[in-house]
Write a protein that binds this ligand. Structure first.
Ligand code: ATP
Length: 213
């Protein structure tokens, strides 16, 4: 998809920095993510990738700078329907089934037109696991439930922290398919990686994140 130069970027970070107890963690960093783009945020362990995603998704406040969504400042009201975060902690409830977890997510983040929770679970290879308590699923199966959640909510911006972790080859291919479809319909994704990344559709733009010495 060719971005329209007059359309503001889906996500923009301006002079974004984060410090913990006056210890700088990352930044200041500037970058923009346009509709239809998949971008890789690369950095060593501890360089601040997870922290950056938390700042971009509004979970923690930056120490300096601003985050803009479609050219406007990030607000909590816009966050839940415009941004989907897939973190190390998947944000799923172990005592609920995949279907119940997905319905819970839809209640918070809304439902994309044209897809149901059952269809999303089928798409990620979890047919037959709809009603099993999540705690009985493997790490990769839980990750697939979190991927199904991405399919269901209408958020245009996906922030994915190490999305390939715990997935087998077929699961890695699944993530790539989801990213391709998402980008084709005008969404965008920022993916973190410490190097062992597996995105295979073309050559994604890479943004290096260096730990602040
Ligand atoms: N809750 C916390 N309290 C204190 N320090 C923290 C906390 N979370 C992270 N840090 C520190 O902040 C820095 C950045 O951590 P972060 O998890 O963002 O890095 P990362 O690039 O995602 O690392 P990795 O590749 O290992 O996942 C590290 O030095 C880490 O020790």
């Amino acid at each position: 998809m060719n971005p329209d130069p007059d359309t503001p970027p889906l996500l923009e970070a301006r002079g974004l920095a984060f410090a913990r107890n006056d210890e700088p963690i990352f930044g200041p960093i500037d970058f923009a993510l346009r509709h239809g783009e998949v971008v890789l945020m690369e950095g060593d362990n501890g360089s601040g990738k997870t922290t950056l995603l938390k700042v971009l998704s509004g979970l923690v406040e930056p120490s300096a700078g601003a985050v803009l969504l479609n050219g406007e400042p990030l607000t909590l009201a816009r966050l839940s329907h415009q941004v989907a975060l897939l973190g190390h902690l998947l944000g799923l409830k172990g005592e609920l089934s995949p279907l119940q977890n997905l319905r819970f997510a839809i209640g918070l983040g809304g439902l994309r037109a044209g897809i149901t929770p059952n269809q999303a679970l089928l798409s990620v290879g979890l047919e037959g696991f709809e009603e099993v308590p999540l705690r009985q699923l493997s790490a990769g199966q839980k990750k697939r439930v979190a991927l199904a959640r991405l399919l269901l909510v209408p958020a245009a911006l996906w922030l994915l922290d190490e999305p390939y972790a715990n997935l087998d080859r077929e699961g890695i291919a699944l993530v790539n398919r989801l990213l391709e479809v998402h980008a084709r319909r005008g969404g965008a994704a920022l993916i973190t990686s410490h190097g062992a990344y597996a995105y295979t559709s073309g050559t994604p733009r890479r943004i290096p994140l260096k730990a602040v010495a």
